[in-house]
Structure formats: C-alpha cells, structure tokens
Design a protein around this ligand. Structure first.
Ligand SMILES: *Cc1c(COP(=O)(O)O)cnc(C)c1O
Length: 409
C-alpha cells in the first residue's frame, strides 16, 4: 500500500472487479508466496512451461497448455500457431502472411477490440453474418451456413468469442470446422467462473482456448492460458520462448516440443515480446490450482456481505439497490444501483465521473450508465473499502439539485 504512496499515487477503491485498467484481481497469499519462492531459483523456461502444460492439461482436459502473457497474448500466439504449424519459414515471416492461407473467419457480431490480438499475428479477419439485432434491422443472429460459405483455399481457421448466448453454438461451429479440417480458436478470457468451464469449453473439441489468468483465477494480472491440441500449443510455445540456443544443445521436453517435427530450431518468434517470467508461471499455476479446487468459494459470503452493507447504507430515495444473483453458484453477486436521475438532477454518468475524482477515488462499473445504473462488483473490496464506498455513494447520491440551495448557485 505505502509503496504506491511513495510513488505519489493514491490507491483507489476498485468496485469494478478484475478489470485490467485498474490492476486486475486480488492475488491470494499463497499465489504471492509462490511468486516470491520462484524468484529465488532458476529453471529452464521450456522445462517449466512443459510442467505447466501437464498441469493445465490435467485441469482443463485439453492435450496441452501454455502460460501466456494474458488472454490477449494467448490469442496472438494461438493464431500464430494456426497460421504456421511447425513450418519454420512461416514462423520467421509472421506477421507477413501473404504467401500462405491467412484468413480467420469470425462472426461480425463477435468482433471487438480484443481481436486486434488475432490480427497482430498476421491473420486477416473475414467477417460473416450481420449485427441485425444491434442495428434494429432484423431478428436473426449469425448462422452456421454463413461460416461455411466463407471457407475457401485461403482459410486458416475460425475464431469464436464465447459469451452468454454466443451464437451459433460453439459445438456446432467446431463440428463444421472439423469437417473442413479447420481449427477453431476460442476467446474464453472472461468465461470463468463457473469453474466447470475450464473443462467444458475444451471438451467442445475447440482446438485452442484462451483464458485470462488475472481475472477470476486470481493469478498475476499479466498471465493467461492457452490450451488445446498438442501440436498447436507446441507451435505457440516455439514462437514465444527464447530460442537463442544451438540445435545440438537444445533439448526441450519431448512431450512439450517434439523436435522430430522440426526442420531446425526457429529464431525468436512473433511472441518473443509476449514473454512470461518463471515467477508469473509458478504463481499462475498456484492460482489455477486454487481456483479449480473451489478454494475461492469460501470468499462468496464475505463478498455478498459487502453488497448487503452497501445496500443497507444507501437507503435514500435517489437510489434503488438490487443485488443481482450470479449465473452460477461459484460466482459472486453484483449490486446494481439505479439512480433516479430526475430527482437527483444528475445523470448516473455524471455521478460515475464525480466518484472518480472525489476522495477517496472510487471506480464503479460503467457498463450500464446509459440505463442510469451504477454497478458494484465486490471482488476487490474489503470491509474498510466497502464502508468508504458506501460513504461516497451516500455523499454523491444524497446531494439533490432540486433544492433551492444548490439550484440557486
Ligand atoms: C479480458 C478479455 C480479454 C483480454 O484478456 P487479458 O488476460 O487481459 O489479456 C480478451 N477477450 C475478452 C473477451 C476479455 O474479456
């Protein structure tokens, strides 16, 4: 805590949860201790990643896994693997892909800023379907035949962003892609919990799946997981790891990188800038084990308690609180605060802005501001911060502009 103060920064109250902009998830003590211990000694990174691969495989049911620099890095590396396989010449060329198949098909409605990570490997995104629901100009979502109709000799694979209600079903996309011998890479960055998803998503047969390590898994914010088919994970590892060795000396674990498939030893690949440290790998594996074993379930009553205390402290006419129950039993609830913008004389957007500039500084969830709703995610709160948050909310939502005192200013 004091370290931020020494840097001249005042820590904020994060009521947004695991968002990257504010520093991600709280790391459990066991994860921090693992990080600390891993910093005291040295191991070859490819051996450590081979162990990580086995552990990720056990936890996800996938053939192999890799600890990456976040889910976004997993998408870049996974795409690189799809584009190159074990072809060293292609690895060397990335992100230049004009002389081999480089098209990745994606539903237009699944496009987001995160797919920059896919394009960064050199893939060209080919959009299918429309966004008719959003444009209020139709009733249909993307359909399977639209993916199939876009397949041609330049197609390298399919990208799929998993979310509640993503469409068409991932199972169907995978089955269709496999009929055409095409791999599917899935962005499942934020789809945990439920922790079952660790196994359920790879079980669809998806060739590669990306998870964030710094969201609900509560590993270092800069980590992620790429898991899936052994040869693709292996190709991804080759394009991330430090490759400065002699072929005759280089001896990666055979089940992780099968040297017999390689014409030589690649040089530093497209993922060299996406490296992960030994400490981050060990910390992420520790967090993954805790998450998968359900160790975080014991926090759920505490997290709910913060929301209930905010709700009971915010009994004012300008705010209506509602605890939104989670979609799975191993998820925590969130609190929605509907702002009566008319009686308050200010919009939820304005309240969100003043919360960010007041003291202590508070960041609340800003995904529903257009509906007049502030969202509180309790994951990064503690008792003290929950109390301070309640105080700031009462201050901001208790000031009505309708009174002569304020409006006469
Ligand atoms: C958070 C997120 C990412 C990025 O994950 P990082 O682990 O921060 O790199 C990518 N895609 C989606 C859908 C996300 O929610």
């Amino acid at each position: 805590m004091t370290s931020y103060k020494e840097l001249g920064l005042e820590p904020i109250i994060n009521a947004c949860g695991t968002v990257t902009r504010l520093g991600g998830a709280p790391m459990p003590v066991a994860v921090l201790e693992a990080f600390h211990a891993a910093a005291q000694e040295w191991v070859p990174l490819e051996q450590l990643q081979a162990v990580a691969s086995r552990k990720i495989a056990e936890t996800t049911g996938a053939e192999a896994g890799l600890v990456t620099a976040g889910s976004a890095a997993a998408l870049t590396l996974g795409t690189a693997a799809i584009l190159t396989g074990y072809d060293l010449g292609r690895m060397e060329r990335l992100p230049q892909t004009d002389v081999f198949p480089n098209e990745i098909i994606i539903a237009r409605e699944q496009r987001s800023g995160y797919d920059h990570a896919i394009r960064a490997a050199g893939a060209r995104l080919v959009e299918v379907g429309f966004n008719e629901i959003t444009s209020n100009a139709g009733v249909r979502r993307t359909e399977l035949w639209e993916f199939e109709a876009a397949i041609n000799s330049q197609t390298a694979g399919i990208a799929y962003v998993l979310g509640p209600g993503s469409c068409p079903a991932l199972n169907d996309v995978v089955a269709m892609a496999h009929r055409h011998n095409l791999p599917v890479i899935v962005d499942a960055a934020g789809e945990l919990p439920p922790r079952d998803n660790l196994k359920r998503i790879p079980a669809t047969g998806a060739d590669l799946v990306a998870f964030s390590g710094g969201k609900a898994i509560r590993g270092p914010q800069s980590t992620g997981i790429l898991c899936g088919r052994r040869e693709l994970v292996s190709s991804a590892a080759l394009q991330m790891l430090d490759m400065d060795d002699h072929l005759e000396l280089w001896n990666p674990p055979a089940e992780f990188i099968d040297q017999s498939q390689l014409a030589g030893i690649p040089r530093h690949g497209i993922g060299r800038g996406l490296k992960v440290s030994k400490e981050e790998i060990v910390a992420l594996l520790t967090a993954l084990q805790l998450f998968a074993a359900g160790a975080y379930d014991e926090d759920l009553p505490r997290l709910r308690g913060y929301l209930e205390s905010i709700q009971s402290g915010l009994q004012i006419p300008q705010a209506t609180c509602r605890i939104v129950e989670p979609s799975s039993p191993d998820r925590w609830p969130i609190l929605e605060i509907a702002v009566d913008e008319k009686s308050l004389g200010r919009t939820a957007f304005e309240v969100c802005k003043t919360l960010r500039t007041g003291s202590p500084t508070v960041f609340v969830g800003h995904g529903k501001l257009s509906e007049g709703i502030l969202v509180v995610n309790p994951l990064c709160l503690n008792e003290e911060r929950a109390a301070q948050l309640t105080m700031r909310l009462v201050e901001e939502l208790g000031k009505t502009v309708g009174t002569t005192r304020v409006s006469s200013e």
